[in-house]
Design a protein around this ligand. Structure first.
Ligand code: FMN
Length: 208
């Protein structure tokens, strides 16, 4: 059983990474392997809405940056935690560009994989950033994992984030809760429990 953790900061190993590492400990201490990937600090092209991913579940530009690698890694993982620094009360712009393309291309293949969000801020804007990440899960039939507080940590560098003791506990519990859910889902699968998906869904675009 494996969970993927995405570091959505332009900093490879700073605040966001520190908080995600705690979540990774919560997963690993409860028997789930983890893999952490950094989105890097190169520019990431936004979605151009070309629609070519509809047939391939891959982004046509995705081999030029981290996007198709992210798609492959998420598809091969049982659970996903997306971490972001808070930038102007939202997620980092490069992460937003990457997630739009990842989810637009391949979200149907992520259905029923648990997802969790974790954000890191100096001071404010965390709830709207969390909300932004959760929106990708909520439109993709991905169960959203929670913790005992909203998964956010405060600080501008790893030392400050480590001093946010409650934030660190919340991040650890987030990982532990994902491990519990992954094991519960596996037990359910072994019992033959499958999701029930409606056939022929409506698609209306509000045109009457
Ligand atoms: C462009 C930019 C915008 C930011 N906006 C906010 C903000 O809205 N609220 C906040 O508390 N911190 C804000 N910060 C600070 C970062 O969220 C904070 O330093 C965080 O720890 C960075 O995480 P990282 O080191 O993993 O990138 C901003 C930083 C940058 C560079």
């Amino acid at each position: 059983m494996k969970a993927l953790l995405i570091v959505g900061s332009p900093h490879e190993k700073n605040s966001t990474y520190t908080a995600l590492s705690k979540a990774a400990s919560g997963l690993e201490d409860n028997g789930v392997e983890t893999q952490t990937i950094w989105i890097g600090d190169d520019p990431i092209k936004p979605c151009t809405a070309c629609g070519s991913c509809a047939k391939t579940q891959r982004c046509i530009f995705g081999d030029d940056d981290v996007v198709n690698e992210l798609i492959d890694l998420i598809q091969r993982s049982d659970g996903l935690i997306i971490g972001s620094p808070v930038f102007y009360a939202g997620i980092n712009g490069s992460l937003k560009a990457a997630l739009d393309r990842v989810f637009f291309a391949a979200s149907s293949s992520f259905a029923f994989k648990p997802g969790a969000s974790l954000v890191c801020a100096r001071r404010g804007g965390s709830t709207s950033a969390l909300d932004q990440i959760n929106k990708y899960f909520l439109i993709s039939q991905m169960p959203v994992v929670s913790s005992m507080y909203w998964p956010m940590a405060f600080g501008q560098n790893p030392e400050q984030v480590a001093q946010d003791l409650e934030g660190m506990d919340v991040a650890y519990q987030l990982g532990a809760n994902m491990a519990w859910l992954l094991k519960s889902l596996e037990a359910g699968r072994q019992q033959g429990i499958k999701p029930s998906v409606i056939a022929n869904r409506n698609w209306t675009n509000f045109i009457r």
